[in-house]
Design a protein. Structure first.
Length: 126
């Protein structure tokens, strides 16, 4: 991956560029997923490997725990963003909003956010 070979490229794998298609991004995700599954299947939890960004050798167990905690953290971030768009909270899709705001409020909230995103996109295109 370029980020390991070129210091200027560090972190560029954290977002999609305007040059990447949706199918390329999904294909990369699937290849990484398959590679991860194959690694987990092939190695014991105590198998050690070098993690460049940690600058040390660690057991596969540590990497798996790290990935699990990252997934939980980022899922939580996504859930916070979603709650800000639709106001739904709780374990069920039909859980009432805790703040008492109705569907009309959240429709307007989504419209405001959508207008802001479209305006920013037009400004960026100039």
């Amino acid at each position: 991956m370029p980020r390991w070979d070129d210091e200027v490229a560090y972190g560029t794998d954290h977002w999609a560029t305007e040059h990447e298609t949706r199918s390329e991004i999904v294909d990369l995700y699937r290849r990484v997923w398959n590679h991860s599954d194959a690694t987990i299947e092939a190695l014991d939890l105590d198998a050690r490997g070098y993690v460049p960004w940690w600058q040390e050798e660690v057991p596969l167990f540590n990497v798996r725990v790290h990935c699990l905690s990252d997934t939980a953290r980022h899922s939580g971030h996504a859930d916070i963003l979603r709650e800000g768009l639709d106001g739904a909270v709780g374990m069920k899709a039909d859980s009432p909003p805790e703040d008492g705001r109705d569907g009309a409020f959240w429709e307007e909230r989504r419209a405001v956010i959508e207008r802001a995103a479209r305006t920013a996109d037009r400004e960026r295109a100039r």
